[in-house]
Design a protein. Sequence first.
Length: 150
Amino acid sequence: MENFDNNVQGEHTFINSTEITNYLMETSKWGKFLAIAGYVSIGILFLIAIFMMIGLSGMSELTGTEFPMGAIGFIYILMAALYYFPVTYLYMYSVQIKKGLKSNDITTITAGFQNLKSLFKFMAIVTIVILSIYGLILIVAVPTILFLKP
């Protein structure tokens, strides 16, 4: 395996590569677009949550169920809150990379990559939590189904 440390001539060498700079600028543009779309989605989720909390709050009495139907709106608020963090990390990455590349400021570029790292870390943790929940559901559901069979 080749040692890449010997090939690096300076601390800021990667910025001098036009191809890498172009790719980073393009990712910052697409990242900003996706982040703005994410913020719009968060707003829509929040509005849906409010309407569900208002509209479904009286459904419990009509359907005769014990479960408060307005609580579904609260779940949507939690989803919007959870979605806020990765969208913000993506937006900050995009803004800082673009700003750093235009001003050739390595500190700003580094801050952008720190936000990208935080985005990946957050998404990995959420993925682990979701997979764990799936595993727990399988651990509980499979024996339950087997014992309930006639």
